[in-house]
Design a protein around this ligand. Structure first.
Ligand SMILES: Cc1cc2nc3c(=O)[nH]c(=O)nc-3n(C[C@H](O)[C@H](O)[C@H](O)COP(=O)(O)O)c2cc1C
Length: 419
């Protein structure tokens, strides 16, 4: 039974968080109706009330959707599909904005009732979804939302919210201090800008409950580890992983127990906290600028820099720091995506062909910094040049192709000795 012991609105707003792991408990029809009525009562453009909802709680149907649309349909026992009637063209995306208002009413009503939710636009295959759910052509899918009871298994790390003073302007627009840099030229990004961007993204992609969601295929990282360990004996070594980012490679390394110490490092604390939850005995080091990694001189035998150089600005400064923290005779192991400019061009044509066939990788792919932020093209010869300049001597190198027939990566690996 519903009771009237509801939370204060500000408490509710503060309490609401996007939650991605749910208990098995099914949401009753009574509660569904209550939250949908909160959605219905939201403001709508011209009072047209174009938003409609499909409640999906049938387990067979959910497993079909999980297979054909997105694995996110496995997260919760119940989902709400938000639709809007697209026949009524309204300026300023008013139908979508109205749907958003309904979404937030449902989020808050659910929170007040002790439930948790996660709105999601990160899925593809709208046509298939519409076909499976028997949705007429002229309805668009605006969102899917998981709704249910918190499993309390997720270690929650706060999402980064901007400061209040940076998001409002009195009368005239003042460029906020934490506004995003949209330059594709990585070296135009300041350390602070990169930290700000990555801190916003990190709680979405790199939180403990989602640990397996990595930027790269974990199998690829096992492969990289094999390359590393067949080229040097890691037994008893102290190893630091540079810019651990989503920690995928560090995770593979940490699972091998022949290494004495494994340390992760990054420019945001979030990454390090994520790793702490999964591998409590590893050391964590923060870069507080590209010139400053909080590690004593000559602390490590091996530094790994795997597929991270591509999105590291001021890489010379980083490598200078690496040189400082490596013991005499220490080794730097790098992996970068492109062994040569010719392969980069070939890849560009290949991706064109994939797109031409109508394949999209993700709904967010028009965001040029999706998931990993700004990326630069860094061919092996450039990386070699920079390493040489910063006091490393190349010992060994090679190139490989990893992945399946369509989505493969070319990669170049190299081992350098500290001079
Ligand atoms: C329109 C919209 C789409 C979203 N899509 C996804 C999604 O596809 N997957 C996901 O895990 N979270 C998604 N979210 C949740 C956001 O990641 C989340 O709101 C954000 O990280 C802030 O965290 P908080 O909701 O806990 O405050 C979406 C949120 C909105 C408003």
């Amino acid at each position: 039974m519903l009771n009237n012991n509801f939370m204060d609105i500000f408490q509710t707003i503060e309490k609401r968080k996007s939650i991605r792991s749910y208990s098995e408990k099914v949401v009753s029809n009574e509660i569904i109706e209550k939250v949908i009525s909160a959605g219905r009562d939201a403001p709508t453009s011209c009072n047209l009330q174009l938003t409609e909802y499909i409640i999906v709680n049938d387990s067979v149907l959910k497993s079909i959707l999980a297979k054909k649309i997105t694995g996110k349909f496995n997260w919760a026992p119940t989902f709400i599909i938000f639709l809007y009637d697209s026949r009524f063209a309204i300026k300023r995306s008013a139908a979508v904005v109205s749907l958003g208002a309904a979404m937030q009413n449902i989020n808050l009503a659910s929170t007040a009732l002790g439930l948790v939710t996660c709105p999601m636009a990160g899925f593809n295959e709208d046509k298939t979804l519409k076909k499976i759910l028997n949705i007429p052509e002229y309805y668009n899918v605006g969102l899917i939302m998981s709704i249910g009871y918190d499993s309390n298994t997720e270690k929650k790390i706060d999402t980064k919210k901007r400061s209040i003073s940076s998001i409002y302007h009195y009368n005239l627009f003042n460029k906020p201090k934490d506004s995003l840099n949209d330059s594709l030229d990585l070296n135009k990004w300041s350390f602070k800008e990169l930290v700000s961007y990555r801190s916003r993204l990190a709680p979405v992609y790199f939180y403990p409950g989602r640990y397996n969601l990595s930027t790269y295929d974990p199998a690829q990282y096992s492969d990289v580890y094999k390359t590393l360990s067949t080229n040097i004996d890691l037994t008893g070594k102290d190893l630091i992983d540079l810019f651990s980012y989503d920690c995928s490679f560090a995770k593979v390394v940490a699972e091998k127990n022949d290494i004495k110490t494994i340390a992760v490092s990054d420019i945001i604390e979030h990454t390090l906290k994520t790793f702490e939850v999964n591998f409590p005995s590893t050391k964590k080091h923060l870069f507080t600028s590209f010139n400053k990694l909080h590690v004593d001189d000559m602390s490590y035998d091996v530094a790994t820099f795997v597929h991270k150089a591509e999105f590291t600005p001021k890489i010379n400064n980083v490598l200078k720091e690496v040189h400082r923290i490596l013991k005499p005779g220490g080794i730097l192991f790098t992996v970068t995506t492109y062994p040569s400019i010719a392969l980069r061009i070939a890849d560009w044509f290949r991706s064109f062909k994939i797109r031409f066939k109508g394949s999209t990788m993700n709904v967010y792919e028009h965001n040029k910094f999706y998931k990993i932020g700004p990326v630069k093209y860094l061919a092996s010869n450039l990386l070699d040049m920079i390493c040489k300049k910063e006091g490393f001597v190349k010992k060994k190198s090679g190139s490989e192709r990893v992945g399946n027939k369509i989505f493969y990566t070319n990669r170049y690996w190299a081992l350098y000795d500290k001079k």
